[in-house]
Ligand binder design. Structure first.
Ligand SMILES: C[S@@+](CC[C@H](N)C(=O)[O-])C[C@H]1O[C@@H](n2cnc3c(N)ncnc32)[C@H](O)[C@@H]1O
Length: 283
């Protein structure tokens, strides 16, 4: 089979299981051929060899069975860094970029107010995507730590920190910040916030990511109810909590911030105009 034809055929096969079938097919073809996506896209009419074609078909079959491309490749790019990911963690998503942007802005303003290095804790860290991205982007301006309830996720978060930063980040096994000691100037969190019933649908349709990473209880808000008051006690005066939310959770999560005594509340949107982050400041 010709390379170009393989790509079109692979994309067509993935159309019913992926929102990005061409992207997925090109990444999988690159993996099957041991080359880059750029070279795959520049392929002429040359034929695939038998081994390459068989490998590509195998990867397409895995994707059709519901396995995310990031798990198949064992890697996912986030904020220009290539994170190691597998079935132990949620795949980092572009949806989480606004949380990182919000945290960077808060860290820079805290630092300008004389708080350097800014003490940052990333709760619900999963692959470590947010913690490692912040540590990479802020350098010496921040000291970053992370926590998660899943021991498996923490192993991967530690690996990602070592691989991408060349150093360790303090990492703690913790149920919603229990046992984590502050004070921090900034706490970030992307907790599970999908409703349990929506999760049931995801797994009925073959979802592969850990339920622990997605299921936020009956209304999706269980973890915010615990996280927001607990964080209030861990923040230094003027410290900031920034959390990712589902696009219909802005009002409910802001109310939890207000109840816990946070000030300067803001609901921030992503590029598509959807509510994506709630931020508040400890008095
Ligand atoms: C939505 S994922 C976020 C992963 C990562 N921060 C990201 O943005 O890609 C949520 C994470 O919360 C963790 N988690 C679930 N329940 C928890 C709890 N009670 N305490 C701490 N972590 C928890 C899961 O193991 C998972 O890694």
């Amino acid at each position: 089979m010709m390379g170009r034809a393989a790509l079109s055929e692979g994309a067509a096969a993935l159309a019913s299981v992926s929102d990005t079938p061409f992207l997925d097919a090109s990444l999988l073809l690159a993996r099957a051929l041991g080359t880059s996506r750029e070279r795959v896209l520049a392929m002429g009419p040359e034929a695939l060899d038998e081994a390459g074609e068989a490998a590509f078909r195998g990867l397409i079959a895995r994707r059709i069975s519901g396995e995310p491309v990031a798990y198949i490749l064992g890697a996912k790019e986030f904020r220009g860094l290539e994170f190691r990911v597998d079935a132990r963690v949620l795949c980092p998503r572009p949806d989480t970029e606004p949380l990182v942007e919000t945290a960077l802005e808060a860290a820079l303003s805290l630092s300008a107010a004389g708080r350097a290095p800014v003490r940052i804790h990333d709760a619900f860290t999963g692959s470590g995507a947010v913690a490692v991205a912040l540590a990479a982007e802020l350098g010496d301006g921040a000291s970053v730590s992370m926590s998660d309830l899943s021991p498996d996720a923490l192993v991967l978060a530690r690996e990602n920190a070592g691989m991408l930063l060349g150093r360790e980040l303090p990492a703690r096994l913790s149920d919603c910040l229990e046992g984590v000691e502050g004070p921090f100037d900034l706490v970030t969190a992307n907790p599970p916030y999908v409703t349990s019933s929506f999760c049931d649908g995801i797994y009925a349709a073959g979802g592969r990511e850990p339920r622990l990473a997605l299921d936020g209880g009956a209304d999706g808000l269980d973890l915010y109810r615990r996280l927001v008051p607990r964080t209030r006690g861990l923040l230094s005066p003027g410290g900031v909590l920034a959390v990712e939310i589902g696009d219909e959770q802005g009002a409910a999560v802001s109310a939890l911030f207000a109840e816990a005594g946070f000030a300067e509340l803001a609901v921030l949107r992503d590029l598509a105009g959807r509510d994506r982050v709630v931020r508040g400041r400890a008095p």
